[in-house]
Design a protein around this ligand. Structure first.
Ligand SMILES: Cc1ncc(COP(=O)(O)O)c(C=O)c1O
Length: 496
């Protein structure tokens, strides 16, 4: 009997309950050995603000962000050595041009020496966003940009340019009984109403894929197409905040009716065929530690409506970042990004990536810890209101901040409050807090960094905290409650 005949007698490797990872460790780093008391001391020094907690003290998992925290592949490390640090038109720039064209569409990257510039590289996503909103802000006064959920710094950049930012979350996002797989969708009824009331004030419509502020939930291709059609019918350009474009495409392929036979690359192409432009932070689905960009479709409505903007963008980019052929990036960063963009669209990578986050969610659900479901692609969102149900914790006690502080000091895991404190605001005149629609603690899972054991341990830690949640005291804000983007800057202490 041959070996080929023998293997047919055993169940296929694909049917095993536990699958191996599609990669192995290339290089590892040992953690430092801090105990709970030492971490508590460090956290006290940081005013209980986890952003100021030294990362060397994190003995568990760091879920502060999935942005720029990816473990690079050996191919990316090799590409780093091929970085060309020439001041103009470095080698990587042309490779990036090819990659962007290949993945998102030919029309998003003109050859700048021949055609009008339409591709702008920046050092990270928010720099690209600021460039875009700055030029749009100069068009007229009292403008509004609607979105399915603006990211916090996106919203801040819009508002810093005197434009109003509006979130049109889907009704499913707030419905605990909804089983929709695409809770990140934009509420198109609300969009139509907004357009009816103030069409002239909307310079563009923005859709974030996946919807990070809206629980990291994906957006369906149907919704992307519908928003694009509504926008174009009303002569309004349509943009994507495309930070997690590959993860969003995975959800479309796996959960949206009629999409499973398409490849990830086909879905990405279709998604971007509906858009007139996009901003992106390559620190997420660029699989890179650095980078951002703004890409405008050369035949799209934005380019037609605002033909002067590309030149203004280029001037601004030269003033603040560098020559357009390197933007704010070193040649080696560009090289790692080119390789990262290829890896991120591979189905075996995405299958593993999203299933890891989903399995993490499942283990929390099994322990009855309240999280937003279905789980999105890059993070688990713990529902703070439900977590503290049955305790004396009030919204103005910022339970999410207390929870992240106790979790970090006791078990060494760092998560991030994205709820009543981060998205809320304080009015010094009325002395009142205004709370947002959503109140989460986010556990953003860095790409290719942790193993199942790490995440199982986090689930166990959270279970301990959940059972003793009444022991987590209310928080007092001792600095910064009136500031914008206050979660990055504030300091706290526990009330007695
Ligand atoms: C949806 C979304 N948009 C924009 C940004 C900003 O990107 P960057 O951190 O590179 O400035 C982020 C970052 O997390 C994000 O999640």
């Amino acid at each position: 009997m041959t070996i080929k005949e023998i293997i047919k007698k055993f169940p296929s490797e694909k049917n095993l309950k536990t699958q191996t990872r599609p990669y192995f460790n290339h290089s590892i780093e040992f953690k430092k050995n801090f105990n709970a008391e030492e971490r508590a001391e460090m956290l006290e020094k940081a005013g209980l603000n986890v952003f100021f907690f030294p990362s060397v003290g994190i003995t568990g998992c760091d879920f502060l962000s999935d942005s720029g925290t990816t473990t690079m592949t050996n191919e990316q490390w090799a590409a780093l050595h091929q970085g060309d640090e020439s001041y103009g038109s470095n080698r990587g720039y042309f490779i990036l041009m090819q990659k962007i064209r290949e993945i998102f569409g030919e029309q998003f990257f003109n050859e700048p020496s021949i055609e009008k510039p339409n591709a702008f590289i920046f050092h990270q996503g928010r720099a690209a966003e600021n460039a875009l909103f700055r030029t749009i802000g100069q068009l007229s006064k009292n403008q509004t940009i609607p979105s399915n959920g603006h990211f916090d710094t996106t919203q801040a950049n819009i508002e810093a340019n005197q434009i109003k930012a509006i979130n049109l979350f889907s009704s499913e996002l707030k419905d605990p009984n909804s089983t929709s797989q695409f809770k990140g969708n934009m509420n198109t009824e609300k969009l139509k109403k907004l357009i009816q009331e103030s069409k002239e004030k909307i310079p563009l419509i923005y859709l974030t894929i996946t919807n990070n502020t809206g629980g990291g939930q994906p957006v369906s291709l149907k919704n992307i197409k519908e928003v694009s059609e509504i926008a174009h019918k009303n002569n309004i350009p349509f943009f994507l905040d495309a930070c997690r474009f590959a993860e969003n495409s995975w959800f479309i392929k796996n959960y949206e009716e009629g999409q499973k036979n398409k490849s990830i690359k086909e879905i990405i192409k279709e998604t971007f065929s509906y858009a007139d432009g996009f901003t992106i932070s390559f620190k997420k689905d660029g699989l890179a530690n650095m980078g951002g960009g703004l890409f405008i479709k050369n035949t799209g409505l934005f380019m037609k409506k605002y033909p002067q903007i590309p030149d203004e963008l280029m001037n601004y980019q030269i003033l603040t970042e560098g020559h357009p052929t390197y933007g704010g990036l070193s040649g080696r960063d560009i090289m790692t990004l080119c390789v990262g963009l290829e890896t991120i669209t591979k189905e075996e990578y995405l299958d593993h990536r999203i299933k890891q986050v989903q399995d993490f969610g499942k283990s929390l659900q099994e322990k009855e810890i309240p999280i937003l479901t279905p789980v999105g692609g890059h993070a688990i969102y713990l529902d703070v209101n439900k977590f503290f149900q049955g305790t004396k914790m009030k919204p103005e006690d910022f339970g999410g901040i207390g929870l992240t502080a106790v979790l970090l000091a006791t078990y060494g895991h760092r998560a991030c409050e994205l709820g009543n404190f981060a998205f809320g605001s304080y009015n010094p005149k009325t002395k009142e807090e205004k709370f947002p629609e959503v109140n989460f603690v986010r556990f953003a899972v860095p790409r290719l960094r942790y193993e199942k054991k790490d995440l199982d341990s986090v689930a166990e830690s959270l279970k301990e905290l959940y059972e003793k949640r009444h022991l987590i005291p209310p928080i007092e804000v001792i600095y910064g409650k009136e500031l914008s983007l206050r979660h990055f800057k504030a300091r706290f202490k526990f009330k007695k």
